[in-house]
Design a binder for this molecule. Structure first.
Ligand SMILES: NC(=O)c1ccc[n+]([C@@H]2O[C@H](COP(=O)([O-])OP(=O)(O)OC[C@H]3O[C@@H](n4cnc5c(N)ncnc54)[C@H](O)[C@@H]3O)[C@@H](O)[C@H]2O)c1
Ligand SMILES: [Fe+2]
Length: 293
C-alpha cells in the first residue's frame, strides 16, 4: 500500500498572520493580486482587514466579490473573465468555502482553459497545469478549503453540487488568522464547526485513513469537543482553536477522503440550498448510527 499526502507548501497560523501576505507574495515574485471574496465579507469589514494590509504595503490588487454561498458554475466563469482581464499574477481566496472554492475554479480554468465549461472538472479531471498560484485565507472554521485539493461547485441547471478533486488546485500558501474568523455570527460558528467535526470523524473512519491521518483527525476531534460550544458562546481563545482545528483536519481528510454524510449533504445543498455545515450537522448522528451497524 502506498499513501499519498499533499499539503500546502507553507502555512502561517496566528493572529496577524495575514500581515505576512505582502512579503510572502514579494518573495514569490508576485506583483498583482486578484482577491476572490463575497459581498457580505466586504460589507462587514472582514475582507477589509486583508485589503488594508495590501494597501499599506502598496501591493496592487483587484477585488472580485461576485460569489454566492454554494457557488454556481456561473460565478467561476464570471471570475475567469475578470481575472484574465485584470493583469493579476496570483489569486487570494478570501472567505469561507464558497469564495475559496470559486477561487480554485478560477485558478484552474485560467491555467487550463479547455475546462472553461466548469462541468468537465467534476471528479478527478486530467488538468495539465497547476492553478494560477493561490493564497488561501479562511474566514470560517470549517471547510479547510485553504489546505484541501477539493472544491465544490453547484451545477445550477441540474440543481446539484459536484466535487472536483485536483492536486493542481491546492493553495501554495495558507494564512490561518483567527482575527478573520472572530466575526462569524453564532449560527455560522456552529454550522462551520460541525462541518469541521464531520471532516474529522469521516476522515477517521474512512477506509483510506492511516496512522498519519489518524493523528490529525483524532487531535481535531479532541480540539473541537473542547472548543466548539465555547467558541459559539463567544469565547475568543476557543475560536482560535477552532480555526486551527479546521485546518488540521483538512490536512487529513483532503488526502484520505470522507464518507456518507458528505455524500448526502451535497444534494441537500444543491437542491434545497441548505448551508453545508447545517446539512452535515443534521446527518452526522444518524450516519454514525448506520455505520455502527
Ligand atoms: N473545498 C473544500 O474542501 C470544501 C470542504 C467542505 C465544504 N466546501 C464547500 O464550501 C462551501 C461552504 O463554505 P462555508 O461553510 O465556509 O461558508 P460560505 O463560504 O458559504 O459562507 C456562508 C456565509 O457566511 C459569511 N461569512 C463567512 N465568513 C464570515 C465571517 N468571518 N464573518 C461573518 N460572516 C462570514 C459569508 O459571507 C456567507 O454569507 C459549500 O459550498 C461547501 O460545499 C468545500
Ligand atoms: Fe465539508
Amino acid at each position: 500500500m502506498v499513501y499519498r499526502m499533499i499539503f500546502n507548501q507553507t502555512a502561517y497560523f496566528g493572529r496577524g498572520a495575514v500581515r505576512e501576505i505582502p512579503e510572502v507574495a514579494r518573495k514569490h515574485g508576485f506583483r498583482k493580486a486578484f482577491v476572490v471574496t463575497d459581498p457580505v465579507l466586504l460589507e462587514t469589514g472582514t475582507a477589509r482587514r486583508v485589503l488594508d494590509v495590501l494597501d499599506a504595503a502598496g501591493m496592487e490588487y483587484e477585488v472580485f466579490d461576485n460569489v454566492r454561498p454554494n457557488p454556481p458554475v456561473e460565478c467561476i466563469q464570471d471570475g475567469v473573465l475578470r481575472f484574465n482581464a485584470s493583469g493579476a499574477d496570483f489569486l487570494i481566496g478570501l472567505g469561507g468555502g464558497s469564495p475559496q472554492d470559486t477561487c480554485k475554479g478560477i485558478g484552474i480554468i485560467a491555467a487550463n482553459p479547455e475546462f472553461g465549461d466548469v462541468l468537465s472538472l467534476e471528479g478527478v479531471a486530467d488538468t495539465r497545469n497547476p492553478s494560477v498560484p493561490i493564497f488561501g485565507v479562511p474566514t470560517t472554521a470549517g471547510t479547510a478549503s485553504e489546505t484541501t485539493i477539493n472544491y465544490v461547485v453547484t451545477d445550477t441547471r441540474n440543481k446539484r453540487k459536484f466535487v472536483a478533486v485536483d492536486p493542481h488546485d491546492i493553495p501554495v500558501v495558507a494564512f490561518v488568522d483567527p482575527d478573520l474568523t472572530d466575526s462569524m455570527p453564532r449560527g455560522l460558528k456552529v454550522a462551520t464547526g460541525l462541518d469541521a467535526l464531520t471532516h474529522a470523524i469521516e476522515g477517521y473512519v474512512t477506509p483510506g485513513a492511516w496512522s498519519l491521518s489518524d493523528c490529525l483527525s483524532m487531535q481535531t476531534i479532541r480540539m473541537i469537543a473542547k472548543n466548539l460550544a465555547r467558541s459559539a458562546d463567544g469565547d475568543v481563545p476557543a475560536g482560535e482553536q477552532m480555526a486551527y482545528a479546521s485546518y488540521i483536519t483538512g490536512m487529513a481528510y483532503s488526502n484520505v477522503g470522507l464518507g456518507l454524510v458528505h455524500g448526502m449533504a451535497h444534494p441537500l445543498g444543491g437542491r434545497l440550498g441548505v448551508a453545508h455545515g447545517v446539512a452535515n450537522g443534521i446527518l452526522l448522528a444518524p450516519v454514525m448510527e448506520y455505520n455502527k451497524e
